[in-house]
Design a protein around this ligand. Structure first.
Ligand SMILES: C[S@@+](CC[C@H](N)C(=O)[O-])C[C@H]1O[C@@H](n2cnc3c(N)ncnc32)[C@H](O)[C@@H]1O
Length: 245
């Protein structure tokens, strides 16, 4: 079982995430485990204070060292070998490659910040890695933690059935995914490309590869630059580009 431990001030955000879809099934099948750790439970004052004003002035509040550190330590006691990840806009941009690496481990401890963020000394003492879900700022680390948990979970053995296999998803081979169609054959004056109705699996495979290359070239040329395309792929992409004129 892969174990997620999430340090959060808002554990109530998570239950529905773990009830639905493939993640819900994985929890029921005991392929996934989830526990939350609330820094508020590690406070001694009547108000259960977890934040304070920033030294040096400025707007907002900062999550204090002690309650947060104790919540992380409690999670670490349960999972001593797990990496501690802080979700932060200052982290490395999350990628499919990183998710694949995390999916090979047996669990993860995730720290969700709130307010202006967390006391830097928590990062220095207890955080192994910082990851960002994108170059924008959200109000808390809970949604980024769900993004990470979702991305990791679907890579775990048995979580996706063969039918929704992750093998052909975007980024797995460095390209965006090809377009998908389902019934009806014609809708809103658009028909399914005839090749997909041909029953010729070789031709369909080639068409899908061409579309994946073409879409990546159009939308994310930066991804193509990182790839060493085969001669077949180069020809398919040239054909795709020529067809656009
Ligand atoms: C309002 S943000 C703090 C932003 C911080 N002052 C900064 O500019 O870097 C509060 C929390 O949301 C989470 N967060 C916000 N944006 C994020 C992102 N792009 N990726 C991961 N976590 C994010 C972090 O846990 C952060 O501590």
């Amino acid at each position: 079982m892969y174990q997620f431990d999430v340090v959060t001030l808002f554990p109530q955000l998570f239950p529905s995430f773990f009830e639905c879809g493939v993640i819900g099934r994985a929890i029921k099948d005991k392929r996934l485990g989830f526990r939350s750790w609330n820094p508020r439970h590690y406070t001694n004052d009547v108000h259960h204070t977890v934040d304070d004003r920033p030294y040096g002035g400025g707007p907002g509040m900062v999550m204090m060292y002690e309650p947060l550190a104790q919540a992380i330590q409690s999670a670490k006691k349960q999972q001593p070998k797990a990496k501690v990840v802080y979700l932060s806009p200052q982290g490395k941009p999350l990628s499919q490659l990183a998710l694949e690496r995390f999916s090979k481990e047996s669990g993860l401890i995730m720290v969700c910040g709130r307010y202006e963020g967390i006391d830097e000394r928590v990062i220095n003492d207890l955080v192994d890695e910082e990851w960002s879900v994108g170059d924008y700022v959200l109000s808390g680390g809970e949604i980024p933690a769900m993004v990470m948990m979702d991305g990791i979970s679907r890579l775990l053995p048995g979580v996706l059935g063969h039918e929704d296999s992750a093998e052909q998803d975007s980024f797995v081979d460095g390209l965006l995914d090809y377009p998908h169609y389902t019934r009806p054959e014609a809708v809103a004056e658009q028909s399914v490309p005839a090749v997909l109705l041909s029953g010729n699996h070789e031709v369909i495979k080639k068409w899908r590869m061409k579309q994946a290359l073409g879409k990546t070239w159009q939308i994310r040329p930066d991804l193509l630059e990182k790839l060493d395309l085969s001669s077949v792929q180069k020809t398919l992409l040239e054909e795709y580009i020529a067809e656009q004129d």
